[in-house]
Ligand binder design. Structure first.
Ligand SMILES: [Zn+2]
Length: 90
């Protein structure tokens, strides 16, 4: 009988786990421990690194473009949407 061997993971954390943190990270609200984990992951995971870069650009663009006030729940919905996108992406 063969034992099921688990592949040794090189990554520090899951991409899906990171999705919850990225919102905090981008808003500079992540604790330093969390930041370290995120930065480490971004160095090993190209898709997350690209995602963060795109997200930052999008947010910067939104902040420039929107003179009108965004309702608080729209902000929450935006983050939820972005998290969904990240967690469903492989
Ligand atoms: Zn990742």
């Amino acid at each position: 009988m063969k034992k099921k061997k688990k592949g040794t993971a090189q990554k520090t954390c899951d991409c899906s786990e990171l999705a919850d943190w990225i919102a905090l990270y981008i808003e500079n609200e992540a604790p330093s421990e969390m930041r370290k984990e995120i930065i480490l992951h971004l160095q090993t995971c190209r898709s997350c690194a690209t995602f963060v870069r795109t997200l930052r650009r999008t947010i910067a663009y939104c902040q420039i473009e929107t003179d009108w006030d965004l309702p608080a729940d729209a902000h929450d919905r935006l983050w939820q949407r972005l998290k969904d996108i990240l967690t469903t992406e492989d």
